[in-house]
Design a protein around this ligand. Structure first.
Ligand code: GDP
Ligand code: CA
Length: 324
């Protein structure tokens, strides 16, 4: 059974950890591939940073700081403090020492001619992740944000420095028209038995993956059922500021609205199935009447049990769809 997950950072990392737990517990032979967003990657202090990849890597490796929600555990910031003294790093972007080693390794390999896919493979080989991470694309497609006060900035400047408080008018992935899906993402999609959309930010995590020309078609061509999990619980985003992104593209912060944004596969969209939270029972009917199989269940990924149960529900829904 080949599971292919599409997602971004923290929401995706927790979801994949739950899926891995479920696969291990059931003893099912199951491979997990993750097609990871690279659109919030950026260059800072001469280094290539890949936040979504690193969130998933550290979480699956058991190296993440679960309390803070991001970065390495046992992290220190001596190098970052020194870089600030030199004025060589924006003070608002924290680079932990252990994390910096990852960025230095990645940058040196890129400089030596490795592709982003090669770098993912090298970083993924250190720990037993129980999943293989693939970049959506090898091209640099960094997201820029055009704000209501007439500025244009890198996504990280808007998200971290501005705390997404300045309203965004739109998000633009640089040179995305020339980008192509990575070969390994295409290979895993072609072999997928199920495609799972993680409860990730629909606009700046999953949106850019699907916007890589050819990737969305590869998902649909796989013939595997596509089942997503709502990142919205009880009408609000959990752990994050995704509502500021949804507002910019005119989508309500609502579990049904996000499903309709992805659209029903039967009507030219992407989804066969969608899971909403038990706090959102009213979302089920509108999603189903759009032609998407829908169920309301617990969506909080609190620990191994709750995350594994969520993954199991997504697979159950996918199996029902496949059996139709
Ligand atoms: P980022 O790139 O680190 O922001 O992470 P993602 O794009 O993968 O996911 C961010 C989204 O994950 C947030 O907007 C939340 O809505 C969602 N999320 C985080 N934790 C949970 C959870 O426990 N359950 C669900 N359903 N969604 C979650
Ligand atoms: Ca992200």
């Amino acid at each position: 059974m080949r599971h292919v997950v599409i997602g971004g950072g923290v929401g995706c990392a927790r979801y994949v950890r739950g899926l891995r737990e479920h696969v291990r517990r059931t003893g099912a032979d199951g491979e997990i591939d993750v097609v990871v967003n690279t659109a919030d990657d950026w260059w800072v202090s001469g280094l290539r940073i890949s936040p979504d990849h690193d969130s998933i890597l550290y979480t699956l490796a058991g190296q993440n700081d679960d309390e803070r929600g991001w970065g390495r555990r046992g992290e220190s910031e001596r190098v970052s403090a020194e870089l600030s003294e030199w004025g060589a790093t924006p003070g608002w972007f924290t680079l932990g020492d252990l994390d910096l080693a990852t960025h230095i390794a990645r940058t040196s390999w890129l400089r030596a001619g490795d592709s982003v896919s090669d770098v993912f493979a090298r970083l993924g080989s250190r720990w037993d992740l129980g999943a293989t991470l693939h970049p959506a694309t090898d091209h640099e497609i960094d997201t820029h944000v055009v704000t209501a006060d007439g500025r244009r900035m890198h996504f990280q400047e808007w998200w971290v420095r501005e705390r997404a408080a300045v309203p965004a008018l739109r998000f633009e992935q640089q040179r995305i028209a020339e980008a192509r899906p990575s070969a390994s993402a295409l290979e895993s999609l072609a072999a997928a038995d199920v495609v799972l959309l993680a409860p990730s930010n629909p606009v700046v995590s999953i949106g850019p993956v699907l916007a890589v020309p050819g990737l969305r078609d590869a998902v649909l061509a796989s013939g595997a059922p596509v089942v997503g999990v709502s990142p919205i619980i009880g009408g609000s985003v959990v752990r994050g500021m995704a509502d500021a992104c949804l507002a910019a593209i005119g989508v309500e912060t609502d579990a049904a609205a996000v499903a309709l944004h992805y659209g029903s596969r039967s009507r030219g969209g992407l989804l066969d199935g969608w899971l909403v939270a038990e706090e959102d029972p009213d979302a089920v009917a509108p999603v189903q009447s759009a032609g998407i199989a829908c169920r309301s269940i617990p969506l909080w990924m609190r620990d191994a049990d709750t995350s594994a149960a969520l993954a199991a529900e997504a697979l159950r829904l996918a199996a029902e769809i496949a059996a139709r």
